[in-house]
Design a protein around this ligand. Sequence first.
Ligand SMILES: C[S@@+](CC[C@H](N)C(=O)[O-])C[C@H]1O[C@@H](n2cnc3c(N)ncnc32)[C@H](O)[C@@H]1O
Length: 305
Amino acid sequence: MLEDQVSRTALFTAYSRGYHCNYDKPRIFADPLAFSLLSSEERDRIELLLMEVFRAANPVAAALFTDTQSAMGWMMQSGAAASILLSRAQYAEECLEKSLESGVCQYVMLGAGLDSFAFRRPELAEKLELFEIDHPATQAHKRQRLTELGWVQPANLHYVPVDFTRQRLADRLGDSPYDPGLPVFFSWLGVTYYLPREVVLATLREVAKVAKSGSSIVFDYLDREAFEPRKCAPRVQRMLNHVESLGEPMQSGFDPLSLPAEMTSVGLELAENLCPGEIHSRWFLGRSDHYRACEHVHFAHAKIL
Ligand SMILES: C[S@@+](CC[C@H](N)C(=O)[O-])C[C@H]1O[C@@H](n2cnc3c(N)ncnc32)[C@H](O)[C@@H]1O
């Protein structure tokens, strides 16, 4: 991502969660606070940019829409991004809720972006120490926005700026109230794609180092075929092109078949490795709109050994 500016993709994911919560039924993931985390200028800019992308990709369809809201609906449902980010957020919070039953008392959101969990789920949040880890530029932007909104900061919410490409997660968490002796749940949503592969593996190794045995992490990843233009699904290729144009190119993927061995090599044990078909069955089946699980995207849940 660009060094000194808020992650553009974090703004887009917040927009998509907000759009979905306000205009789609039934909801795959409900985030009624997402739109508030964007200023009205940011929302306008995102809609303008999405309209440009729509017109460039499909001028005939784009000309049929006379209002922004329905054009955005078409973009959300036919594009790749919204279906990925809604279902992975739902998956992570379902896994978090289960892990609370087994005593987890810390939640670390790696690359949190504009995740609203701390404010949106007070009944769960109050049982946890919360750590938002993010690139310094994105985190500073979010904190500024929260100040503008005047939302009361929960005392159990801790912000830890980290650039995964330059800093060690263990060192940075060590400077915070994080307790390595207590069970923890990590989410790492929408981030592995953007980092060099060795940084992804090094960060997972750091997670294994700082987390008590039995703790776990959920993350999403692209398979390697997404990076082969002849095999990549068209809407995923459009997403790759779009994020590259925003200055945040996707660069890393994993082979779902070799992921178990790769997780073992960094001190983790893969407990679940959902493919697009399984993701579709869990969160999309029976919908009457056009949301469907995204080709090439997988969800992993790994335990710390
Ligand atoms: C697509 S957004 C996902 C945000 C959030 N997890 C979600 O699902 O909405 C990508 C996130 O990765 C973070 N990120 C990208 N590169 C990073 C890096 N080198 N170090 C730390 N965070 C990074 C961005 O700041 C941003 O918050």
